[in-house]
Design a protein around this ligand. Structure first.
Ligand code: AMP
Length: 362
């Protein structure tokens, strides 16, 4: 896949910056409170870009937010006046899990504000196929991907491009069933055609999501936590007696409701770290300078402790909100409460004091 490089000239954007007065900016949503909280602990000013309907809520946290920039619509952020307002405040944008979803890929990539993270990765994340290819090239085990015309006689999960939080996924076991479902979705206008459909082997095991931080300053990958997503109705199904469940003939959905902290068997950690390192190495190989800061591998672990990764995020995930005061892993690296939000701010601080700000921005 040809990745178009966003035309961003960071040197020029930074020319007007006073690095002694940097602010941390993000969209008021997802993990923003954690990001603001962490930025404050590290001594930064903060900027919340917020829509009108949410401002009352974020005002409850005035002590964490120095400046509100109110927009009618998230995509207004790409208006040059708003980007300019962020730059005047020496703002560094921290993209979180909702960033591309709210801004749209074009705006997310083209934002004329320095970003803490790897801009070029947004477009890969946006494309399910490119994403799975990226993981495969990295040498990270993934579920088998089926073509529409292949014989299928194992459970598979049918995913639609752009389906959010597992909504609209379908578990099936035969080619005919999948074809019928996809037809139905095209008729309903949910998707335009079969090229928006990915069929993955349905992995049997437990889900586990690993939160990593890659530090360009220390050149190391830190495991800062792990979580399980609490998903309705798939996680609720086990509360229903089997005989009733059969009668209900219900389609499980995977809508994320929240996140549950997870501590892993220590014997799994070497493999988890190895996959994190492979992810970083692949990003450096194909998308230099490579990943910066938080990323997450989303996996299923089977009974033999095999890990297979069905999804990744190149940004801070909401599961890190469970560790606003540090995690059992963060304490192994840092002697103080270190959330992912704070870790981001710490890296910015370290980069500024080492005169290496270019290493952490794209
Ligand atoms: P995703 O949108 O890819 O993060 O997936 C949403 C949810 O669907 C996950 O949290 C899992 O519960 C489930 N899921 C996704 N892919 C698979 C898979 N290949 N096998 C089993 N469950 C999956």
């Amino acid at each position: 896949m040809n990745i178009k490089k966003p035309q961003i000239d960071i040197e020029t954007l930074l020319r007007t910056y006073d690095l002694d007065k940097v602010s941390i900016a993000t969209l008021a949503s997802h993990s923003s409170l954690q990001i603001f909280h962490g930025a404050k602990l590290e001594g930064f000013k903060t900027i919340a870009i917020v829509t009108e309907d949410r401002i009352w809520f974020y005002r409850q946290f005035n002590h964490l937010i120095d400046r509100f920039i109110v927009v009618n619509n998230w995509r207004d952020i790409c208006k040059s006046s708003i980007a300019q307002e962020v730059r005047v405040l020496n703002g560094i944008m921290v993209p979180h899990g909702s960033y591309v979803e709210y801004l749209g890929i074009e705006c997310a990539e083209a934002l004329q504000v320095p970003i803490f993270g790897l801009r070029n990765l947004f477009r890969i994340e946006y494309n399910q196929w490119a994403k799975m290819e990226f993981l495969e090239r990295a040498g990270i085990p993934i579920p088998r991907i089926y073509k529409m015309d292949e014989d299928i006689n194992v459970p598979v999960i049918v995913k639609f491009h752009g389906a959010k939080g597992g909504r609209g996924y379908h578990v099936a076991k035969s080619r005919d069933e999948i074809a019928g479902y996809v037809r139905h979705m095209i008729e309903r206008g949910v998707i335009r055609g079969i090229d928006e459909v990915m069929i993955q082997e349905y992995l049997v095991g437990v889900t586990a999501y690993y939160h990593y931080f890659y530090s360009p300053i220390f050149n190391r990958v830190e495991i800062l936590g792990a979580d399980i997503r609490y998903e309705s109705d798939i996680d609720g199904i086990k509360r229903i007696p089997h005989r009733i469940l059969i009668e209900m003939d219900m389609e499980p959905t995977f809508t994320v409701i929240g996140n549950i902290p997870l501590v892993l068997r220590e014997s799994l950690l070497p493999k988890i770290l190895e996959y994190g390192i492979k992810f970083v190495e692949e990003s450096v190989r194909t998308l230099p300078p490579g990943i910066i800061g938080p990323f997450c591998l989303e996996s299923v672990v089977d009974k033999d402790m095999n890990i297979r990764v069905f999804e990744f995020s190149g940004r801070i995930v909401a599961g890190t909100n469970a560790y606003i005061w540090g995690s059992p892993y963060s304490y192994l690296y840092w002697p103080e409460p270190m959330s992912m939000g704070r870790r981001i701010a710490r890296e910015v601080k370290l980069a500024i004091s080492a005169s290496s700000i270019r290493k952490i921005l794209t």
